[in-house]
Write a protein that binds this ligand. Structure first.
Ligand SMILES: Cc1cc2nc3c(=O)[nH]c(=O)nc-3n(C[C@H](O)[C@H](O)[C@H](O)COP(=O)(O)O)c2cc1C
Length: 320
C-alpha cells in the first residue's frame, strides 16, 4: 500500500477546524489506587445498543498505561465555566486532584463536580490506533444537567451559540405539554412534593424522628424562638397537637418551651439542632438531584418563586 505523505502541521491545522467538546477522563490506578485523569477532546459516540463511546489517548501520556489496563473509566463533559479544570487536567503528571472536591463512582473512578454530563464506563475494547490507543467503553451509568458546554475549536476554548436561538433542543423544551393539567403550577407542586417527600421522609424516619418532629425541629433550627402560631403555619400541625409534640420534644431535651405574652413560644436546643443538621444537607442533595437538569441557579430561582407565593398568600388554618 502506498503511503500518502501528509505534512503533520497541515494535518494538525486541518483537524483543529473540527470543533469539539472538552472532557476529562478519569480512572483509578489498579495498583496504587491513585486517582488518574486527563483532558481529552477525542470523545465520541459509537453505538446506541449496546451504548458505546470512545476516546483516544496518546501513547506518550503518562496516564496512558493506566487507562489501557483500566476496567472502568468516567468521561466528564465540561461546562463553559470549567476552563481552569480543563487546563489543570491537560498538564502532564503530578497530582491533578489536589484540593479538588471529588467522589468515587461505582467503578471506583474519581467523579468531578459541576460537569454537564458524565458517562461511567466499563472498558469494552482497546484498539491500537497509530500513536494513540483507542479506548471504547460501555456506558453503565450517566448523569446530565442543562448548562452551556465548553467547546475547543482552532486551538482555543469557545462556547457554542445556537444559530437559531428560538429552536430549543428537545431536552430544553418543557415536558409539561401533554395535558392542560401538566401546565398548572398547583398540580406540578403537589406532584413534586409528593414524590420528593416520599424519599426525604424515609430518611427522616431512618434517623429516628417522626415527620412532624422533623418539621418542628427544622423550623426552630437557627432561630432564637418561634411562637406557636408561626410554628403551626410552618409545620402544618394543629395547635393542640403541636402543644403535645412540643412537650415530648422538651422531655427529650430537643427544645425549650416558654410562655411569653400569653403565647406559647418554643426554642431549639443544641441537641435539637444536632438531630436535624444532617437532614438539611441530605434534603439539599436530594433537591439538587431532582433539579439536576437546571443546575443550582434553577433550584435557587424556583425556591425564590415559591417563597414569593408563600408571602403573597395567607395561611388561615392556625387561627381558624
Ligand atoms: C482541549 C484539550 C484536548 C485534549 N485532548 C486529548 C485527547 O483526546 N487525547 C490525548 O491523549 N490528549 C489530549 N489532550 C492532551 C492531554 O490532556 C495532555 O497530554 C495531558 O498532559 C496528559 O496527561 P498525563 O501525561 O498526566 O497523562 C488534550 C488537551 C487539551 C487542552
Amino acid at each position: 500500500m502506498t503511503r500518502v505523505q501528509i505534512d503533520s502541521g497541515d494535518f494538525r491545522a486541518a483537524l483543529s477546524t473540527f470543533a469539539t467538546g472538552v472532557t476529562i477522563v478519569t480512572t483509578s490506578d489498579d495498583k496504587t489506587g491513585e486517582p488518574i485523569g486527563m483532558t481529552a477532546s477525542s470523545f465520541n459516540s459509537v453505538s446506541m445498543d449496546p451504548p458505546l463511546i470512545l476516546w483516544s489517548v496518546t501513547k506518550t501520556a503518562l496516564s496512558a498505561p493506566v487507562f489501557k489496563q483500566a476496567s472502568d473509566f468516567a468521561v466528564h463533559v465540561l461546562a463553559s465555566s470549567q476552563v481552569e479544570l480543563s487546563n489543570r487536567f491537560a498538564r502532564s503528571g503530578g497530582d491533578k486532584f489536589t484540593g479538588l472536591d471529588y467522589l468515587s463512582n461505582v467503578g471506583g473512578c474519581p467523579v468531578l463536580p459541576d460537569c454537564i454530563a458524565r458517562f461511567d464506563c466499563q472498558t469494552w475494547q482497546v484498539y491500537e490506533g497509530g500513536d494513540h490507543w483507542i479506548i471504547v467503553g460501555q456506558v453503565v451509568n450517566l448523569e446530565k444537567r442543562n448548562d452551556e458546554g465548553l467547546v475547543f475549536s482552532d486551538g482555543s476554548y469557545a462556547t457554542a451559540t445556537p444559530i437559531n436561538p428560538d429552536q430549543k433542543s428537545k431536552s430544553q423544551t418543557s415536558a409539561a405539554d401533554d395535558s392542560p393539567v401538566d401546565n398548572l403550577l398547583l398540580y406540578n407542586l403537589a406532584r413534586a412534593t409528593r414524590q420528593m417527600s416520599e424519599q426525604f421522609h424515609q430518611a427522616v424516619r431512618d434517623s429516628g424522628l417522626t415527620v412532624p418532629a422533623w418539621r418542628v425541629l427544622a423550623s426552630l433550627y437557627g432561630q432564637s424562638s418561634r411562637d406557636i402560631t408561626d410554628l403551626a403555619s410552618r409545620t402544618f400541625i394543629d395547635k393542640e397537637i403541636l402543644k403535645d409534640l412540643l412537650d415530648v420534644l422538651k422531655s427529650e431535651g430537643l427544645c425549650e418551651v416558654q410562655l411569653q405574652h400569653d403565647q406559647i413560644t418554643a426554642l431549639g436546643t443544641l441537641a435539637g439542632h444536632e438531630r436535624v443538621e444532617h437532614l438539611f444537607a441530605l434534603g439539599a442533595e436530594q433537591e439538587k438531584s431532582a433539579l439536576r437538569d437546571s443546575g443550582e441557579q434553577g433550584l435557587s430561582e424556583l425556591i425564590a418563586l415559591l417563597a414569593e407565593a408563600v408571602k403573597n398568600t395567607s395561611d388561615r388554618r392556625p387561627d381558624d
